[in-house]
Design a protein around this ligand. Structure first.
Ligand code: FES
Length: 167
């Protein structure tokens, strides 16, 4: 009787350990499989940040706008200051350029006299439409994905633009 009880108890413990291992294995495997199998773009939802009021912008006059954007870095959420050069077109569309030159990433600025964006590092020039006018910049200014709601500009990710797309 004692030896039967001992075998049953051992069997129970063995099964309990196997069950616990299976639960722990599943708990580790499910998030790992989701991470490996679900493409990053589907996991990361496109988020838009309120960059400010654009209802008063004058068409054809770029304005540098600052805004705060949060991003997750490991377990921390960091809030960073970002900027965009924002232009309202004559047809009331709004284009938001990334603040860095597409050559080596220097900050550029708008010059009213030649009506061009000028990068002081290696003298790249960009038109109001973001096209390369002169200098070593290899492509037009990058653009934020942008949308307007109630006169406010909401900016998403920054995207590269090919020469043919800059209009
Ligand atoms: S970084 Fe702008 S021209 Fe080189």
């Amino acid at each position: 009787m004692t030896s039967d009880n001992s075998i049953n108890r051992r069997g129970f413990y063995a099964q309990a350990i196997f069950a616990l291992n299976a639960i722990l294995g599943a708990a580790l495997a499910v998030p790992t499989l989701v991470y490996l199998l679900v493409p990053g773009g589907r996991r990361r939802k496109e988020t838009f940040v309120d960059a400010g009021d654009v209802s008063q912008l004058t068409p054809g006059v770029p304005v540098e706008m600052s805004f705060q954007q949060s991003r997750v870095d490991g377990w921390r959420v960091l809030t960073e200051k970002r900027t965009a050069w924002v232009v309202k077109t004559p047809t009331n569309e709004v284009i938001a350029y990334g603040p860095q030159c597409t050559h080596l990433g220097c900050a550029y600025h708008w010059e009213e006299k030649p009506k061009q964006f000028i990068c002081p590092c290696h003298a790249s020039l960009f038109s109001l439409q973001g096209k390369v006018v002169a200098g070593p910049a290899p492509r037009p200014l990058d653009r934020y994905v942008a949308k307007i709601e109630n006169g406010r500009l909401f900016l998403g990710p920054l995207r590269q633009v090919s020469s043919g797309d800059a209009a």
